[in-house]
Design a protein around this ligand. Structure first.
Ligand code: VG1
Ligand code: CO
Length: 543
């Protein structure tokens, strides 16, 4: 069957420095748009010829159609094998695992993560490399260059492949292998965690609820939590992936997973509850009458990971993204292990994981993970928590109290200002950057600035430097404010302001979070001049 060459135009959609593309679904569906991006990926990796790829997505609207396009193009570009999750489904961490297990050259993952799905919502595609992680900056630069000069793409004129049928078929000489999306991932989890112990905990009456938010983790959570670990049927809710995520917003935080938070705050609360996002890489952890912030969760997991078989040798080191609270730094200090501060985005953990400098890492945006894959992993975090609870035989609430009594508490919240006029957001950042040298010593309410800078990261493994990664304001009492622009929004600019206040272990550990942070929020408003420049008085979302 002959290849078909179509011409296409370079497109402005790709942002430099990002490993994927996130756009409105209708944009992705424009003739030649997805194709131009896929061909740009193949060009950036110097051809697909002879290569093996993993392909799958979170099941959102256009997932299956996009996979058919990718399969045709991979075959036309000479790929030798493509491994696809049944029905086109693969969670992001499961895709990362498959790439590694099967020694694939890379993977194309279809998802816009926690953004809503549907014809009038969002779609995305990203490329992961052979280590299973998001493309590093060197490759994303090449990819960007390719998107700017792409002129034609290669495809085939063929019928669709049946994605529902597990097994092997051929597409113009390329092997298409449809696999169970859950099996290899579940096997990995079985190696890392003490399933017997968790099963015993559950059989003794420990109750849990997992909200898959109508997204990709449904089948994974059902298979592992219910079928294997014995949680009663119904413990996993919203478990069937749907193309529009039940018209919801599959973002596991107290805003978008509010019913779950309401449940744990009610008299019907289970002992443990959790949720994951569209593509299964994020997690939210809850206990009876308690919400665990992602930054605290990372710190607790670091302090207790040795209780799970996969980590019983201890941790090589830990890492957190810059805006993530410094709670984990205190644990690393106590364990005498290294703690790295990286820019936002999972790709920056890859090198540290690859060379064994770190074992655990995480971000304030509900991402936690380890060296088992090269993506953050929602269900993995849930299982590690369950393993810890099964060993310590105490409540989530008690684990948190105990943690704060040992290390002190980092009150933490992120305030998001969404759909801000892009020019105004840029102006606010530019003016702030100009004022940075004058900030140290300046008073903002009761807070005094100790230091202020623009974060740039020097990768200790490959020596690369990533600049302009957000603004850090350190206050004299150890509190901190961070401001940066989102790189994943699809609607104008999103400004994120991150607030952190440290209270030592003998201080007040039981304040309401927003109350504890109000002074820092005011100080940051004063310093950034966000309310005046962007004409916003309050954030749209506080997590
Ligand atoms: C957000 C989060 C960041 C995360 C990224 C991708 O980025 O803040 O921590 O790595 O989403 O997460 P930004 O640039 O919008 O702040 V996901 O679940 O899309 O893979
Ligand atoms: Co995600």
């Amino acid at each position: 069957m002959p290849n078909v060459t179509h011409s296409c135009t370079p497109f402005p959609g790709q942002k430099p420095g990002t490993s994927g593309l996130r756009k409105k679904t209708r944009v992705f569906m424009e003739p030649g748009y997805l194709e131009a991006f896929v061909q740009s990926i193949f060009n950036a990796i110097v051809g697909a010829s002879g290569k093996t790829f993993v392909v799958g997505g979170d099941g959102r609207f256009f997932n299956a159609e996009a996979i058919q396009t990718i399969l045709r193009m991979a075959a036309a570009n000479g790929a030798s094998r493509v491994i696809v999750g049944q029905d086109g489904l693969l969670s992001t961490p499961a895709a990362s695992n498959l790439i590694r297990q099967r020694g694939a050259d890379g993977g194309l993952i279809l998802s816009a993560s926690h953004n809503p799905g549907g014809l009038d919502a969002d779609f995305g595609l990203k490329y992961n490399t052979a280590n299973g992680g998001p493309a590093p900056e060197g490759l994303t630069e090449k990819l960007y260059a390719e998107t700017q000069r792409i002129a034609e793409y290669q495809t085939l004129d063929t019928d669709d492949i049946d994605l529902a049928q597990i097994g092997v078929s051929q597409l113009n000489g390329m092997v298409v292998e449809i696999v169970d999306p859950v099996a290899d991932y579940a096997a990995l989890m079985r190696q890392l965690f003490d399933f017997d112990r968790i099963r015993t905990l559950i059989s003794e009456g420990f109750t849990l609820r997992f909200d898959a938010m109508h997204a990709v983790t449904g089948p994974y959570a059902k298979a592992i939590l219910e079928d294997e670990l014995g949680a009663p049927e119904g413990s996993v809710i919203n478990a069937v992936p749907s193309v529009d995520f039940g018209k919801g917003h599959p973002d596991p935080n107290p805003i978008w997973a509010k019913p779950l938070v309401d449940l744990v705050m009610s008299s019907a609360a289970p002992d443990f509850a959790a949720a994951s996002d569209g593509d299964g890489d994020r997690n939210m952890i809850l206990g009876r009458s308690i919400y665990v912030t992602p930054s605290d969760s990372l710190a607790v997991l670091a302090a207790n990971a040795h209780l799970a078989p996969g980590y019983d040798n201890g941790l090589a080191g830990v890492a957190r993204s810059m805006p993530t609270s410094t709670a984990v730094d205190r644990v690393a200090d106590a364990l005498s292990i290294e703690c790295f501060e990286t820019p936002t985005g999972w790709k920056f953990f890859g090198n540290l994981l690859d060379v064994g400098r770190i074992t655990l890492c995480g971000e304030e945006s509900a991402g936690t993970g380890s060296d088992h894959v090269r993506e953050k992993d929602g269900l993995w975090a849930v299982l590690l928590w369950l393993n810890i609870l099964a060993v310590r035989k105490t409540s989530v609430h008690e684990i948190m109290q105990d943690h704060w009594r040992t290390y002190g508490r980092n009150y933490y919240s992120r305030h998001d200002y969404e759909a801000v006029d892009s020019a105004k957001a840029a102006q606010m950042m530019a003016e702030l950057i100009e004022r940075l040298p004058d900030l140290p010593g300046a008073a903002a309410g009761v807070y005094v600035v100790a230091s202020a800078d623009q974060f740039s990261y020097h990768d200790p493994v490959d020596g690369s430097v990533s600049e302009n990664q957000g603004i850090r304001v350190q206050f004299e009492d150890g509190s901190r404010g961070v401001v940066r622009l989102s790189g994943t929004g699809t609607d104008n600019a999103t400004i994120r302001v991150y607030l952190e206040r440290f209270i030592p272990k003998d201080g007040d550990l039981d304040m309401e979070t927003q109350t504890a942070l109000q002074g820092i929020a005011e100080a940051m408003a004063h310093i950034t001049r966000l309310p005046e420049i962007c004409d916003r008085q309050a954030p749209d979302v506080m997590t």
